[in-house]
Design a protein around this ligand. Structure first.
Ligand code: NAD
Length: 305
C-alpha cells in the first residue's frame, strides 16, 4: 500500500485526498490553517459522493484519510508527498525543503504546481531526482488527467513510478516532455483566456455570451475531438487559410489585461469573494458548485462510453 501525504487542503487538496484514498492508498493530510483542517473531512466526504456518482471503485475500504496538525506527523513514513500549497515559488521551495528533511531517501516529492518549472523546485532538496510535477486539474476528483513533468534532475525511475501510480488512481497520466512554464494544459488554457478576456474588454461580446459561444461551440467539440484531430477534421488547408490572416490579429499582450487587474485590485476575485466576472450570493455559489459537479459527472460518463 502506497503511503501518501497531501500538504495543503485548499481548492485542490480535499478532492485529491478523496481520490487517493479511494484508490487504496493510506492518506494523511496537513494544512497550516486550522480552519482548513476543520473543513477538510466534510469536503472529502462531498468529493466521495461525486466519486460514487462516477462509479469509481472503492479500494479504500474502512481506512479513512487522517487529517493531522503537524507537517512531521503528516509525512512520517510517506512513499509519496504531494505539495499543494499556494502558487508562490519561494513558499513551494521552502515547503519542499522542510519535507525533504522529514522523509526517507526513497520518498517521491511531487508538486501540484500549475506551471512553475519543476527544475526551479529542485533547487533546495537533497535528492532532486525524486522531485516531480504531478499537475492535477480542478476539480481533481472529476477531471481525469494528471500531467507528469520531469525537471532537469528528475530521474527516469521517478517518472516511470509516477506514470504507473497515476494509472493506479484510475486517472490518465499525460507525460509532458519538456519542463516549460505552464506545462501543456495551462499554456493552452491561458492562450484561450487571453483572447477571451480581450474580446470582452474590447466590447466584441459580453461576458455571458462569450461563455455560451465557447461552452456550446469549441468547448463541447474539443471534449470529443482534440485540437490535433480537429485540424484533420476541418482540413489543414482551412487552418492555413484562416491562420494566415487571423493569427496576426489575435491578442498577443504580455501583461494581464486591465479588466482583470482592476477587479483583483478591488478584491473581486470571483466565487470566493461573491463577485468577479459575475456576481454570486453564497447560496448561488453552493448551487453552482453542485450543478457543475453533476454536469461534469454526466459528461464524463458519456465520454467514457
Ligand atoms: P488554495 O489557496 O485554495 O489552497 C492552498 C492551501 O495551502 C491553503 O489551504 C493554505 O492554508 C495551505 N498552506 C499555505 N501554506 C502552507 C504550508 N506552509 N503548509 C501547509 N499548508 C499550507 O490553493 P489551490 O487552488 O488548492 O492551489 C494549490 C496548488 O495547486 C497551487 O500550486 C495551484 O497553482 C495548483 N493548482 C490549482 C488549481 C486550481 O484550479 N485551483 C488547479 C491545478 C493546480
Amino acid at each position: 500500500m502506497i503511503r501518501t501525504a497531501v500538504i495543503g487542503l485548499g481548492t485542490m487538496g480535499t478532492g485529491m485526498v478523496a481520490t487517493l484514498a479511494r484508490a487504496g492508498m493510506a492518506v494523511s493530510a496537513y494544512d497550516v490553517s486550522a480552519d482548513q483542517r476543520a473543513n477538510a473531512l466534510p469536503a472529502i466526504s462531498a468529493a466521495n459522493q461525486v466519486l460514487n456518482a462516477l462509479g469509481m471503485p472503492d479500494k479504500g475500504g474502512d481506512v479513512a484519510p487522517r487529517i493531522v496538525d503537524s507537517l512531521a506527523d503528516c509525512v512520517a513514513d510517506a512513499d509519496l508527498v504531494i505539495e499543494n500549497v499556494p502558487e508562490k515559488l519561494d513558499l513551494k521551495v521552502e515547503v519542499l525543503h522542510q519535507i525533504d528533511a522529514l522523509v526517507s531517501g526513497s520518498c517521491v516529492l511531487a508538486s501540484d504546481t500549475s506551471g512553475i518549472p519543476i527544475t526551479k523546485l529542485q533547487a533546495d532538496v537533497s535528492a532532486p531526482g525524486r522531485v516531480i510535477g504531478m499537475h492535477w486539474s480542478n476539480p481533481p476528483h472529476i477531471i481525469p488527467i494528471i500531467e507528469v513533468v520531469a525537471g532537469a534532475q528528475t530521474s527516469p525511475e521517478t517518472v516511470s513510478w509516477m506514470v504507473e501510480t497515476v494509472t493506479g488512481l484510475n486517472m490518465l497520466p499525460v507525460l509532458v516532455k519538456k519542463d516549460v512554464p505552464g506545462f501543456v494544459e495551462n499554456r493552452i488554457l491561458y492562450a484561450i483566456m487571453r483572447e477571451a478576456v480581450d474580446l470582452v474588454e474590447k466590447g466584441v461580446i459580453d461576458a455571458e455570451s462569450l461563455d455560451t459561444c465557447v461552452s456550446w461551440g469549441i468547448g463541447y467539440k474539443l471534449a470529443v475531438v482534440g485540437p490535433m484531430a480537429l485540424l484533420d477534421m476541418a482540413g489543414l488547408d482551412i487552418y492555413q487559410a484562416v491562420g494566415s490572416y487571423l493569427n496576426e490579429d489575435l491578442c498577443a499582450r504580455k501583461d494581464v489585461s486591465a479588466l482583470i487587474a482592476e477587479k483583483t485590485g478591488r478584491g473581486d476575485l470571483g466565487m470566493k469573494t461573491g463577485g468577479g466576472m459575475f456576481d454570486y450570493t453564497p447560496e448561488q455559489v453552493g448551487e453552482l458548485r453542485a450543478a457543475r459537479a453533476k454536469k461534469l459527472v454526466a459528461v464524463r460518463r458519456a465520454l467514457e462510453t
